[in-house]
Design a protein around this ligand. Structure first.
Ligand SMILES: Nc1nc2c(c(=O)[nH]1)N[C@H]1C(S)=C(S)[C@@H](COP(=O)(O)O)O[C@H]1N2
Ligand SMILES: [Mo]
Length: 510
């Protein structure tokens, strides 16, 4: 192998080892944030809104993986440079690794829960393992000679590549374990938190309100927590220490309030069934789910603080600084606008906002559903634009009436005769009055609605249609509780939510 190339390869392996070690430590130690996430989180708010929106449009929920991949590529390229420079002595590679480490430490300080000492120690370990790997790899790489004129032992290029590859693979594996743990892998449920007893409960979910046990493939009326969609800007799930956490109510109030988690748990808790949806959900998409939330009315907490009359906006701010804002009157209009601590009978999982989040029926998540809630700030409507507003999304975000075909599933084999078509439709908070299904260019026919769980949730609908052999297009549309027909669209998700009648083509065989 040419020495130059071998050195570059050694540098790349060294960076893989350093990053793998860093991600592993982040997964193992709560006070150590992921170095990749920390750097990504520094970059994200610095991108112009147009780029962020483009990335989300293009890569969807994979946009964070793409960003992390780009950061890794830059780091690997720097590693190659460090490796080649290492041939002239250790000064340049050591400087590069130390500089990268310092940048990592600074970036990590912006991550919730980061401990300075733990971060410094972890970074030192990661950088040191990278440098050790660099030295080791350089020696291995220099052993690779196509031809050794001295006649000594010749290590084949393949053996060297194999050894370096094995080291890199081990580091990738370690980093993978770390990222899995960061994604909530090991701590799905926060430990040591017992939910308060509800003051009011919702009726048990029976087959009367949930037909999913009879219709294969139909969305369950309550989305199981482990299948619930996740959307947020957090690169790794914030892990909040329940002992140290505080909820503050600030801004245009008479008496700012600060609550511990125990104090919040002492507030009267109600169960509410609410469907939440993401404004980025496409027609027919699955960025929507329904849960039985446990929480205390937001209005009661706001009354403790005494909201001033000119405070026309409620802003939820999360531990990582993300914000969402909605009209104050919505908080007071509904008892089921809550600060939620429970989801489907369990404490909120870390992914969905442990220890507390906002749930406001009828509003898209980006204007309302702040997870890892740290502060509720009262301000004026004009006084503050929350996270997504300067990035091109509408200031007001009511959920649009929509409907979706669940069955037949995409590419499902369907045979001629009577075919069950079923799905969900939603118009929180008016509820759904009717759902209609069209086969090809035929008339819209009413589907059967399953008894609604609540006006604040989606409803299931079912219909049997006769289908002959060949291709058929099924189209669904809904009518909301105010008898308004679902808009035909089509409109893309930006800036205020997609519109369109969901259509699915099925292939019917004998
Ligand atoms: N802290 C925080 N909360 C957040 C977000 C976020 O990026 N950060 N995203 C919001 C958006 S856009 C949506 S759609 C919902 C999704 O909630 P889920 O991940 O529990 O399904 O969370 C909201 N709450
Ligand atoms: Mo969203």
């Amino acid at each position: 192998m040419r020495p130059q190339r071998a050195a570059a390869l050694a540098g790349v392996v060294a960076v893989v080892v350093a990053l793998g070690t860093g991600e592993l430590l982040a997964g193992l130690v709560a006070a150590v944030p992921s170095p990749l996430d920390a750097v990504g989180q520094v970059l994200i708010p610095r991108f112009p809104g147009a780029i962020t929106t483009w990335a989300i449009d293009t890569f969807g929920t994979a946009n964070r993986a793409v960003l992390l991949g780009a950061i890794v590529l830059v780091a690997l390229a720097l590693g190659a440079v460090a490796g080649m420079a290492a041939r002239n002595g250790p000064a340049t590679p050591v400087t590069l690794f130390v500089a990268a480490g310092i940048l990592g430490i600074v970036a990590a300080q912006g991550q919730p829960g980061a401990g300075l000492l733990a971060v410094v120690a972890a970074t030192a370990i990661a950088a040191a393992s990278g440098l050790a790997a660099l030295r080791w790899s350089l020696v291995r790489a220099s052993e690779a000679r196509v031809h050794d004129p001295s006649g000594g032992d010749v290590v084949s290029r393949r053996t060297v590549l194999g050894t370096l590859g094995a080291l890199a693979a081990a580091a990738v594996g370690a980093g993978g374990v770390g990222r899995w743990a960061l994604g909530g892998g090991v701590t799905v449920e926060p430990v040591d938190v017992a939910l308060p007893t509800p003051r009011t409960t919702r009726p048990p979910v029976t087959a009367a309100v949930d037909a999913s046990s009879q219709v294969d493939g139909l969305s369950p009326i309550i989305t199981p927590t482990d299948r619930f969609f996740r959307i947020d800007t957090a690169l790794s799930v914030p892990r909040v220490d329940p002992e140290a956490w505080r909820l503050r109510i600030t801004g245009m109030v008479d008496r700012p309030v600060e609550l511990t988690l125990d104090e919040l748990f002492d507030a009267p808790m109600d169960e509410v069934d609410v469907t939440i949806a993401c404004v980025s959900n496409e027609v027919g998409g699955d960025l929507i789910g329904t849960a039985r939330w446990l929480g205390t009315p937001l209005a009661d907490l706001l009354d403790r603080a005494g909201v001033r009359p000119d405070a026309t906006q409620v802003v939820g701010r999360s531990v990582d600084g993300w914000t969402a804002g909605f009209p104050t009157e919505l908080a007071f209009a509904r008892r089921d606008a809550i600060v939620a601590v429970g989801m489907n009978g369990e404490p909120l999982p870390a992914r969905h906002g442990f220890p507390a989040r906002l749930i406001v029926p009828g509003l898209y998540g980006y204007v309302s559903a702040t997870k890892w809630l740290a502060e509720i700030e009262l301000t004026s409507w004009e006084g503050f634009d929350a996270y997504w507003i300067p990035r091109g999304w509408a200031k007001e975000g009511p959920i649009k009436t929509a409907s979706r075909i669940d069955v037949p599933r995409a590419r499902q084999r369907v045979t001629t005769g009577e075919v069950t078509v079923a799905g969900v439709a939603w118009a929180p908070t008016t509820g759904i009055e009717a759902v209609e299904v069209q086969v090809d260019d035929g008339p819209f026919q009413p589907a059967t609605l399953v008894e609604p769980l609540a006006d604040t949730t989606w409803v299931q609908w079912v219909m049997a249609v006769e289908l002959a052999e060949g291709e058929h297009a099924l189209t669904v549309r809904a009518v909301d509780g105010d008898r308004r027909l679902q808009p035909r669209g089509p409109q893309p998700p930006a800036p205020d939510g997609a519109e369109g009648w969901h259509r699915r083509v099925v292939r019917v065989a004998t």
